[in-house]
Design a protein around this ligand. Structure first.
Ligand SMILES: [Zn+2]
Length: 189
């Protein structure tokens, strides 16, 4: 178990599509465990493999009591629309309102390589869509209008100098419990 460094905006792997996993090996289970550690250290609710410099089609999600490891996730059903203020562990301190499907059903393989389906709404639904976007080389800023995206990029220009070589190193222990709900937006995807 380990906390991994995160890639941030500008790192090329964040723009590359991932490769489906053919067999869930012990090495990939360890990677998933490390991604869960990393997500928690960053006080996040989701993390995708490219955010730790890997190209497997794998993400982890933790919303409330729901902890999911998803290999090869695909959205198989969508319903309705919702607007959510999103952020991203790979674009720290930048936020934007994104229109998403209000409810999604995702099919994936679990840690044992067994297919399962999960349906999510609100934060869980948004998080699933945000992480699966990562696996297709997409970021939440891609969903913003031209002007909102330009404003988000101006915010990022003030932040990016903190991350040499597009790498964000997290403290090993979770930052002292920042109360969830302190922010009125979600920066933790
Ligand atoms: Zn993200």
């Amino acid at each position: 178990m380990a906390v991994l460094p995160l890639t941030v905006l500008g790192h090329p792997i964040l723009r590359q599509a991932t490769t489906p996993v053919t067999v869930v090996t012990d090495e990939l289970r360890r990677l998933a465990d490390d991604m869960i550690d990393t997500m928690r250290a960053a006080d996040g609710v989701g993390l995708a493999a490219p955010q730790v410099g890997r190209s497997e089609r794998l993400c982890v999600v933790e919303v409330g009591e729901t902890l999911l490891t998803l290999f090869n996730p695909e959205i198989i059903a969508r319903e309705g629309k919702i607007k959510w203020e999103e952020g991203c562990l790979s674009i720290p301190d930048v936020f934007g309102w994104v229109e998403r499907s209000a409810q999604v059903t995702v099919r994936a393989l679990d840690r044992d390589g067994t297919p399962f389906e999960v349906t999510g709404t609100e934060l869980l639904g948004v998080c699933l869509q945000h992480e699966i976007d990562h696996l297709d080389g997409k970021l939440f800023i891609d969903h913003l209008s031209f002007l909102k995206r330009r404003s988000a990029m101006a915010d990022w220009d003030e932040q990016k100098g903190k991350y040499p070589n597009q790498i964000r190193v997290l403290p090993a222990a979770p930052a002292t419990t920042v109360a969830h709900g302190e922010h009125d937006h979600d920066q933790r995807l």
